[in-house]
Ligand binder design. Structure first.
Ligand code: HEM
Length: 147
């Protein structure tokens, strides 16, 4: 099992990085789509159009990418025995924060699709920066493995 995982390790990593990019792209797009939805009144055709777009982004890009990144990442960690290393614990903390942000944002989009407006434009602009900040920290940890 271990030797098979090591044999396919480069392919696991390729898949991990590709779907990580899809996941991040989705997380960058979603707050922007929320901002565009704010221009439309609750119950209007414009709101329905953005709700459909958000739903597609979630089903086609965000949810599958999140699952694939987690599965491939954990498989690589098992193959290499990274679970005892400090950098990996720190990475997992930031990835859990990213996953929590994902879930929270999806919940906000569901509320918006029901006509609620839980977040202002300025809040959406601010929280839209969070995935980028976490991305910088995660990539630095993976490449530098400082501890
Ligand atoms: C979801 C949970 C995740 C787990 C369990 C995980 C785990 C891993 C593991 C074990 C590696 C291999 C490290 C090595 O071979 O030195 C790796 C590589 C990498 N991960 Fe993740 N990761 C996860 C999510 C993410 C996320 C969210 C990002 C970016 C935002 C990310 C970015 C990267 C990058 C850039 C690499 C380096 C690939 C390379 O060596 O060229 N990972 N990850």
């Amino acid at each position: 099992m271990q030797s098979t995982l090591l044999l396919i390790y480069p392919f696991l990593k390729i898949g991990h990085v590709i779907f990580m990019v899809f996941w991040m792209a989705g997380l960058f797009m979603l707050p922007r789509q929320c901002i565009y939805m704010l221009d439309h009144a609750p119950g209007s055709p414009g709101e329905a159009k953005w709700a459909t777009r958000m739903g597609k982004l979630r089903k086609i890009i965000l949810t599958p990418s999140l699952i694939i990144v987690w599965v491939l990442g954990l498989t690589m960690a098992i193959a290499m025995g990274f679970f005892s290393e400090g950098w990996f614990h720190a990475k997992l903390t930031f990835v859990l924060a990213m996953t929590g942000f994902h879930g929270w944002l999806v919940a906000q989009t569901r509320k918006m699709a029901r006509g609620e407006r839980p977040l202002s434009e300025s809040t959406l602009r601010m929280i839209g920066e969070l995935p980028g900040v976490l991305l910088v920290l995660i990539v630095a940890l993976v490449y530098l493995k400082p501890f």
